[in-house]
Design a protein around this ligand. Sequence first.
Ligand code: GLU
Length: 508
Amino acid sequence: MSKKIRTRFAPSPTGYLHVGSLRTAFYNYLFAKHNNGDFILRIENTDKSRYVEGSIENLVKILDFMGLQYSEGIVTDKDEKISQKGNFGPYIQSKRLEIYKKYVDELIKNDYAYFCFCSQERLDEMRKDQQARKLAPMYDGKCRGLDKKEVQELLNKKTPFVVRLKVPNDDFTEFDDLVYGKIRIANKTTDDQVLMKSDGYPTYHLANVVDDHLMEISHVIRGEEWLPSTPKHILLYKAFGWEAPKFAHLPLLLNPDKSKLSKRQGDVAVEDFLNQGYLPEALLNFVLLLGWNPKTEEEIFSFEEMIKRFDLSGVNKAGSIFNTEKLDWINRNYIRKMDPDELTKLCVPYLIETKLIKEVSSIKYQILSTAEEINFDYLKKVVALEQERMKKLSEIGESVKFIFIDKPDYEKELLIWKKMTAEKAKNNLELTYQELEKLDEKDWTKNNLEEVLRKLMEREGIKTGELLWPLRVALTGLKGSPGPFEVGEVLGKEKVLRRIEKGIELLK
Ligand code: GLU
């Protein structure tokens, strides 16, 4: 029987969740789910200096919000208190120090690791010297040769020490990466990596290998930046006599100018994208395509389809450009397919934030500029105006502002369509006014508005643009907007007539 597939996402709690890490988490999730395996969340917090308060809680919250459920790992309860679930814990490295200590001792005993007593000054000097000689920075092995007695004396004197991996001086380390293929590195280019720091904390390398083994991880799927560390990990697996998991490294994410995706060039935190109103599923669909080729023309996938189709053989080697336009396009596709009720619920906070409305109760709102009360159904109609066009939820405020302001402000020239005269535009608005005034409020629907105005154009021989352009501008004050019938229905009779009046006034 083949081993159960177990993957893990192993972030360090150093602040926000980078979209690149979201991709790593998602690929691990998809690979596990596709193979009926387990997906685990492990927190790698061995670097105390990089810990940012609140980041574990935040991570858990975001993974949950994104729908990336894991069967084991760190969780939080109702009050955001950190706890854990699963049989392979603790799932947070700072709670596993005893375990690492035991394994480091074993490595030392078997001569795969050694104590290093070099001072920071010595190491700094060595590094400077190597830099000056244009050599790769590497430990020179001074303490490798200490005999047992010397080591014991230094330990007795309480000399601070670290523990280093004793990398063989000859031979090569090889492994098959599921994305990058065969990797072969000469051991003499691999540094005697520190495994345990002077404060008794393990380094990432040791903790990572010990945990992946003890947690029975079958596949390590992680960013390409860890590829150069993998030979050290393979050496550790060998030293322990353990079978190494399979490795798959994921291509770098790049800015459009091919530089590494970083905060300097724009948003990279998952939270920032969510705040802008990218939907979680759209964001996942987008990161899926950053480095994975579905081998079809399709680009929009449901969550189930993503699980069904994902395989590591579709992961590219070349770096993937992070293209925000593509993200917008995908998000727009998801918004179009959304249930109007759901979409409206998500848009309400943005309408409040743009100071267009305020919440009165859970179903009642007030338009701030006019103090008029409206309900959720009304907001639904407003949002429906933009459902087809919206790229992200945060756009809703700006694009439907014209509905909520008392009367839109615009230049009178905007009312004039192409080559028509101002006089004609005014006349057409007057005719429209007279016609719409006759339409009863209970019949005030977009279909009826359309029917009445089409008849008017036929009767008077007016070109469509010459009637509907001035009307649309009078209603919205905008060069581009949804059509006048839809807008007219949402605004209602009274507002429509008042806005037409204003247009007529402007043209006088
Ligand atoms: N803690 C590492 C990180 O934050 C995990 C790397 C790995 O998956 O091995 O990227």
